[in-house]
Design a protein around this ligand. Structure first.
Ligand SMILES: *Cc1c(COP(=O)(O)O)cnc(C)c1O
Length: 396
């Protein structure tokens, strides 16, 4: 069948008609256990009543006025983010890649305003994923994402992930910023050691470089803290969020300290939709749920249980699984090379379980933060069947 869509995606032959909680339902009413949640987006599962009612109420009131006019909900949600984090200032976007763009602009502007306009170099890490805009693909540095899209942009340098010596050798008084995902998502569900984040903070303090976190995937409560870096005391100067903060409604933001964000004055940056009333209504409702202590307690509890079960599978299938990885409810299993992660997600899907693949031949799980231990048991039983199938056929 011909398609009028740009062929940049290759979805399976499967259509979902509705979602409820941790399940999606196809046209036959069959349930699918959703352990990928739109890639860490549906933080409260599908059609959570707090989100649907917030959105329904807002759709009858006001949809859009642009940033030409004030929307009080913007102040409200920005204050909520700042209360939960290091940040003093917030700029709302529609997506993660836009949040990264804004964050990188704010970092360069900071040095410009401080009399160092040439201080533009941003250190990033191999395996990073920061989005698909020009700035973001150059920051990420993945050759597959850069190929054919023109010359590499100046001002980005990728270092080996979590390699202390390589980082110490690379950072200098010319470094504008260091950008890292505290837990890499696309790159293979790899958590940066807490000591590494502390080293980044210390060296940034020493050189005057800014520390920037991409918490687009690992933030919004995914690791059992509102933001993944909050497992350490290594606070950033700026941070990008998206995905889970909207719970399925397009919403992102970049957050900064006063000293960084204050220079983004009128005329320096903008967005037509950013901070749209519909997104704000959903974002506020979502943050109210996420910041309930029981939500984070559930992530820690069920995340710990899932991680334990995945470790058991790794013991049971050492011929297929190399190791289990991740933090909270962002977990992965790295497979031996003769088993392809993307094919393993297909075998899981044959069992009615939806999971994702990530780089480094890892299968990735990022279920809604509201899952119960019964959901975990159901998912692990399905995954176990998929692993048996893979073992029988020798390779997936
Ligand atoms: C998904 C993601 C992005 C890009 O977000 P979009 O909303 O797809 O633009 C950037 N960084 C990380 C860590 C992500 O997981």
């Amino acid at each position: 069948m011909t398609s009028n869509l740009i062929p940049s995606y290759a979805p399976p032959n499967l259509i979902f008609e509705r979602g409820s909680g941790v399940y999606l339902f196809d046209g036959n009413g069959e349930p699918w256990l959703d352990f990928i949640a739109g890639i860490a987006v549906n933080a409260l599962g599908h059609c959570h009543p707090a989100l649907t009612s917030a959105l329904h109420e807002q759709t009858d009131r006001l949809w859009h006025v642009s940033n030409m006019f004030d929307v009080p909900m913007r102040e409200q949600l920005a204050a909520m983010y700042c209360e939960s984090s290091f940040a003093d200032l917030v700029f709302f976007t529609n997506s993660g890649t836009e949040a990264i763009e804004g964050l990188l602009k704010a970092a360069r502007r900071f040095h410009f305003e401080n009399g160092q306009p040439d201080r533009i170099e941003v250190l990033t890490f191999q395996g990073a994923f920061h989005g698909r805009s020009y700035g973001a693909i150059n920051a990420g540095g993945n050759p597959a994402y850069l190929k054919g899209f023109g010359p590499a942009m100046a001002g980005f340098k990728q270092l080996p992930f979590a390699d202390e010596q390589a980082f110490i050798d690379a950072i200098s008084h010319d470094t504008a910023a260091v950008l890292i995902e505290p837990v890499q998502g696309e790159g293979g569900v790899r958590a940066a050691p807490e000591g590494f984040l502390r080293l980044l903070r210390a060296k940034c303090d020493e050189t005057g470089a800014l520390l920037l976190y991409d918490e687009i995937q690992c933030g919004a409560g995914r690791t059992g803290k509102l933001f993944a870096h909050q497992w350490t005391d290594a606070e950033p100067d700026g941070m990008a969020v998206a995905k889970g903060v909207g719970g399925g409604f397009p919403l992102g933001a970049f957050l900064t300290s006063q000293k960084v964000g204050q220079h983004m004055i009128v005329g320096t940056h903008g967005s037509t939709y950013g901070g749209n009333p519909l997104a704000m209504a959903v974002g506020i409702a979502l943050w109210n749920e996420i910041t309930k202590p029981e939500t984070m307690a559930n992530v820690i509890e069920t995340g710990g249980f899932l991680k334990q079960q995945l470790a058991r599978l790794a013991d049971e299938f050492p011929d297929i699984i190399m190791e289990s990885r991740g933090k909270g409810l962002l977990l992965g299993l790295k497979l031996h090379e003769q088993f392809i992660a993307r094919e393993m997600t297909g075998l899981a899907r044959d069992q009615g379980l939806l999971i994702g693949a990530a780089g480094d031949n890892v299968i990735r799980m990022a279920p809604p933060l509201i899952i119960t231990k019964d959901h975990v048991r159901e998912a692990v039983a399905k995954l176990e069947k998929a692993l048996h199938t893979a073992r029988k056929s020798g390779t997936s």
